[in-house]
Design a protein around this ligand. Structure first.
Ligand SMILES: [Zn+2]
Length: 201
């Protein structure tokens, strides 16, 4: 079995990819540059991690995304507290599925999870189910989407990451770019709360 992974270099996608790697051969990891504030950090972290795990890494650039309004995107004029990007995950999964079919891979791995699904419906198990139905028709080899952290909250993902030996300091989950995580964006807040529960600063 082979898979293409969507990798942002954050806690969720990294943990999901390394869990998947125990069952499935990851033949390609894709990091998408869609003009997000954290793109340089995400690309750097993802590329390093793939090198460590001998996974082929590629950056796909979607410059047209800068026409889309979202607080996650640089220069959109919107606040980081409005991180929703219209149909982002739909675009990314379909893009990864196109690579998967053309490379003969049966799976797309992503880091969707229960905690983010509360705020973002495109992280939910229901959405993954409907994506898989659609991919039955749009890929000839019936590519399937799996998130290995689908039912987990942040705390459970952190605990799993630690058992996998992932260095949490090497990841980038912040919505902002820069030298250090901002500590204030919704992603930093979710991560900080979960880290506090496991006793990590
Ligand atoms: Zn942040």
């Amino acid at each position: 079995m082979k898979a293409v992974t969507l990798l942002s270099g954050g806690l969720d996608s990294v943990t999901s990819m390394l869990l998947a790697q125990r069952d499935i051969k990851i033949i390609l990891a894709l990091t998408i540059d869609y003009g997000q504030r954290a793109r340089f950090n995400e690309i750097q972290v993802s590329s390093k991690l793939c090198e460590m795990h001998a996974i082929k890494h590629m950056v796909v650039r979607l410059p047209f995304m800068l026409d889309i309004q979202s607080g996650l995107l640089e220069g959109s004029g919107m606040n980081i507290d409005s991180p929703w990007v219209p149909n982002r995950n739909g675009l990314f999964i379909n893009l990864a599925a196109a690579y998967a079919e053309s490379l003969g891979a049966e799976y797309v791995i992503c880091g969707f999870n229960a905690e983010e699904a509360i705020d973002f419906p495109d992280n939910s198990a229901e959405y993954v189910g409907s994506l898989n139905q659609a991919l039955e028709y749009s890929t000839l080899n019936h590519v399937k989407v799996i998130s290995y952290v689908q039912d987990m909250n942040k705390l459970e993902i952190i605990k799993t990451a630690l058992t996998l030996g992932i260095d949490l300091n090497s990841l980038w989950s912040c919505y902002e770019g820069g030298e250090h995580p901002c500590g204030k964006c919704p992603s930093c807040i979710r991560t900080k709360e979960a880290l506090k529960k496991v006793g990590i600063k």
